[in-house]
Design a protein around this ligand. Structure first.
Ligand SMILES: NC(=O)c1ccc[n+]([C@@H]2O[C@H](COP(=O)([O-])OP(=O)(O)OC[C@H]3O[C@@H](n4cnc5c(N)ncnc54)[C@H](O)[C@@H]3O)[C@@H](O)[C@H]2O)c1
Length: 316
């Protein structure tokens, strides 16, 4: 039997703290280059993507994720995460990928942000108020205090709704900014999660000592951070080769690629994180298949325990 887990099933069993710990374990348990594949095939209105296999040492399952990525659709990312037994290949569960993707991206980003930002960083700017940023804002306050929020989005109504909801939930002042630079100007932590193909932030837009987490540059042709900002910053990614191939470091000088390290290395103590309060730090992941497994497995176990989901016999 296969367990079908919808968005509401997943939202009812997932909690940010458990997912952050599952992701932290994955970052530290998966050293070195994996054999996993990320495939993105452009289509007229978006792209068809597949990430496989998601593997984490100690989890007796693997994932295959198939996503449609259509920026003008709501949600923009949707599809399915197949959770298979590692021993037999049995299809244990089919999970809504819009939810799994946002949780694993947003909470891994919250972890990277917390690890790299100054200990006293409290004010947050969000540029691109969509599904991925939503989960960063749910995860980060579990790790550190957030005292203020500024939001910019090309869709002003989305920026206003995001600022209103999260400001109320956290009990902090929250407002909307007319540009990415205005949003970043007063922030200790800046999160970008847009569909931009030209940088939305340059070095002069970001305060010295600030931290920037950039999620949008995860496929060829996309870019959120100017070369001058990357040059000034300590850059941490989730996979250096993939970041150079399809992420924030695509087209960057060889020197920058050589200087970049991974969040796994930082968490294991094999590479330095932030080295001083005046340093600018950047976390720019492309998103890796094992992250879908880390969150998907936690959700599957919790759903079994809570009796959530619907069983289906796809071989009937
Ligand atoms: N790095 C990763 O691990 C990872 C994982 C999943 C998604 N992503 C990427 O993150 C990005 C956001 O995904 P999402 O699911 O949140 O999409 P979404 O459509 O839900 O949200 C994106 C928001 O950004 C706004 N926006 C688009 N371009 C902008 C610009 N130039 N300036 C300001 N605002 C802009 C849109 O109006 C929208 O509200 C996409 O590029 C997606 O491919 C990255």
């Amino acid at each position: 039997m296969t367990l079908l887990l919808s968005r509401s099933d997943l939202e009812s069993v997932l909690d940010p703290g458990t997912c952050v710990e599952a992701l932290r374990h994955g970052f530290t348990a998966a050293p070195g280059r994996s054999t996993a594949r990320r495939v993105a095939v452009p289509l007229p209105g978006g792209s068809a993507t597949a990430l496989l296999p998601g593997l984490v040492a100690g989890i007796p399952a693997y994932t295959v994720k198939v996503n449609a990525k259509f920026p003008h659709s709501r949600p923009a990312l949707r599809g399915v995460v197949c959770l298979h037994s590692l021993d037999s290949g049995e299809l244990l569960a089919l999970l809504d990928s819009a939810t799994v993707t946002a949780w694993r991206t947003g909470l891994a980003a919250a972890l990277g942000t917390h690890v790299l930002a100054r200990p006293d960083a409290r004010s947050v700017a969000v540029i691109g108020a969509g599904a991925q940023a939503e989960l960063v804002l749910r995860g980060l306050p579990e790790l550190r205090e957030v005292t203020g929020l500024t939001v910019h989005d090309t869709a002003q109504d989305r920026a206003a709704d995001f600022a209103h909801r999260h400001g109320d939930r956290l009990g902090v002042p929250a407002g909307v900014a007319p540009s990415a630079a205005d949003a970043a100007a007063g922030a200790d932590v800046v999160v970008t999660a847009t569909w931009a193909r030209q940088p939305v932030l340059y070095a002069a837009d970001v305060r010295p000592g600030a931290h920037v987490t950039s999620l949008g540059a995860d496929e060829p042709g996309k870019a959120e951070l100017g070369a001058d900002l990357l040059r000034r910053a300590r850059v941490v990614v989730d996979d250096v080769a993939l970041a150079a191939e399809t992420g924030a470091l695509a087209g960057a000088e060889p020197r920058l690629r050589e200087a970049a390290s991974t969040l796994g290395e930082v968490l294991r103590g094999d590479a330095p994180g932030r080295t001083g309060d005046a340093e600018t730090t950047v976390y720019a992941p492309v998103g890796l298949p094992w992250q879908d497994l880390a969150v998907g497995w936690a959700a599957y176990r919790a759903a079994l325990a809570a009796g959530r989901g619907r069983e289906a016999d796809l071989l009937a």
